[in-house]
Design a protein around this ligand. Sequence first.
Ligand code: UDP
Length: 239
Amino acid sequence: MERLEQLYEGKAKKVYATDNDEFVIVSYKDDATAFNGLKKGTIKGKGVINNQMSNRLMKMLEKAGIPTHFVEELDERNTVVRKVSIVPLEVIIRNISAGSFAKRFGVPEGIVFDEPTIEFSYKNDELGDPLMNAYHAIALRLATREEIETIKSMAFAINDNLKAFWAGCGVTLVDFKLEFGKTSDGRIVLADEISPDTCRLWDSATGEKLDKDRFRRDLGGVEDAYAEVMKRLNEHIEF
Ligand code: UDP
């Protein structure tokens, strides 16, 4: 498939048109940002890891019956995905307290929940991605009630799947962010990426952080952490 003009440049990825109107090519960069773009940096090799990890996990989810935008990995950094219109919601699933949840509710990180939680934020950089409930999303016509229900059940199914997979790798899936898209025929599919940029992943034995919090919190060893989770994924994923 031919890579044509650039359509969009985001913080971590670029999107290109292709010769087929149904597909676009996503190109993963090493650029890292945090705190709504306030902190900027580079994580060497991140683009390759995030591309490969996201594709492998999406293939695994497809096998489990969850529709995704994934079509074909072209090379280390470039992947063909179905063109979708992104539902402008960040869908966050949590199994353990961390990050903004711990801060908002004044609790320590590391509380293991009896059941996973779900929350939405409005994808809007100018507003700083404010927290939003389903009624707000429906009122603003960001999604229909039916689409929200589909997104919720897909997100929990994805959590069951990813949690079990990562547990097999000796990694605890603390929380993660998903984005969903709508295809031209109106189907909701998982879009964006699943990577250490968008998931909190803790070593199950030591509690060591193996994700973007190493960058956000200046913990050092960022590249090594990304390489470590990628290595564990490769050792455990079934193709
Ligand atoms: N997350 C993300 N993009 C965002 C905000 C959050 O991928 O713009 C992910 C983050 O990596 C974590 C989860 O969503 O795995 C929950 O993040 P949280 O709300 O705790 O926000 P943070 O503490 O990262 O600001």
